[in-house]
Design a protein around this ligand. Structure first.
Ligand code: CP
Length: 307
């Protein structure tokens, strides 16, 4: 493995520069055009993937991304490791850094991710925590730009729960200079520190309890599950969330050419109707595909292959 005192971690969009994030998306668009089998910049590299929580897209797309870049992966179930139980996360990070070249972790508390990064001597990538999901947003913005051009100055509307995906959208609004309008029910608001940080960086963010206000004139409408991982103890608050469902009536308030996004898995009939997710404005499967391409570029960036 290649160890470093200053590994290039991909933890949150607020911790990566605007220029680097732009380079990653541009690189992802370029890589998408390449046939797998040509460019092998990560030959000989091993990525450890630790999952404390279930995953389809993140697990498979990271695995395929590493293979297509010439590297290999090691799947580790966090629940079967001594991580954070009989061994500190710091010690696990030091040990793994002796075996592998990078670590991707999907975990519960964000602090577990940061402790891993503080103690690893190889790059650490956030594959989702209960707080944020930055890899998802890179794929989402790549998808928007493929369909509608630069995100700068565009209006993204969120309707639903103030969850970890939204937190990364808020950080992205500052990094990529788009407007974000957030409609969440009272009590399910996004943690204010993300909005505060983004506004401090110059982002334009509206918060409201009215989904129509958020969606009116939007270029893209986004939602996600009403019961995110890490919040399973919360009852599905259909009565509270139902006005925030993205259905044909709500989409009609967005621009006619507006896109619909959802990171998946979707709960059809809850946060989104079949008519919207299967309709002509939906790009959810392009988003899912672009997890692969965006993550190839995130991995390449971590190893200094994207400048
Ligand atoms: N969107 C997303 O992260 O999907 P998975 O939970 O399947 O990885």
């Amino acid at each position: 493995m290649t160890t470093s005192q200053n590994p290039r971690h991909f933890l949150d969009l607020s911790q990566v520069s605007k220029d680097d994030l732009r380079s990653i998306i541009d690189d992802a668009c370029r890589r998408k055009q390449l046939l797998p089998g040509g460019d092998k910049p990560l030959a000989g590299k091993m990525l450890a993937m630790i999952f404390d929580k279930p995953s389809t897209r993140t697990r498979v797309s990271f695995d395929v991304a590493m293979r297509q870049l010439g590297g290999e992966t090691l799947f580790l179930s966090g629940t079967e490791m001594q991580l954070g139980r009989s061994e500190t996360i710091a010690d696990t990070a030091r040990v793994l850094s002796r075996y592998v070249d990078a670590i991707m972790i999907r975990t519960t508390e964000h602090e577990r991710l940061t402790e891993m990064a503080e103690n690893a001597t190889v790059p650490v990538i956030n594959g989702l925590t209960d707080d944020t999901h930055p890899c998802q947003i890179m794929a989402d913005l790549m998808t928007f730009e493929e369909k509608r051009g630069p995100v700068k100055g565009k209006v993204f509307a969120w309707s639903g729960d103030g969850n970890n995906v939204l937190a990364s959208f808020a950080e992205a609004s500052a990094r990529f200079d788009f407007e974000l309008r957030i409609a969440t029910p009272s009590g399910s608001d996004l943690d204010g520190r993300y909005i505060e940080w983004a506004r401090g960086e110059g982002a334009k963010i509206l918060t409201t309890e009215d989904p129509v206000e958020a969606v009116s004139g939007a270029d893209c409408v986004v939602t996600d599950t009403w019961v995110s991982m890490g919040r399973e103890d919360r009852a599905r608050g259909h009565n509270v969330f139902m006005p925030y469902q993205v259905n044909e009536r709500l989409m009609a308030h967005a621009k006619p050419e507006a896109l619909f996004m959802h990171c998946l898995p979707a709960h059809r009939g809850e946060e989104v109707t079949d008519g919207v997710i299967d309709g002509p404005q939906s790009v959810v499967f392009d988003e899912a595909e672009n997890r692969l391409h965006a993550q190839k570029s995130i991995l390449a960036w971590c190893f200094g292959e994207v400048t």
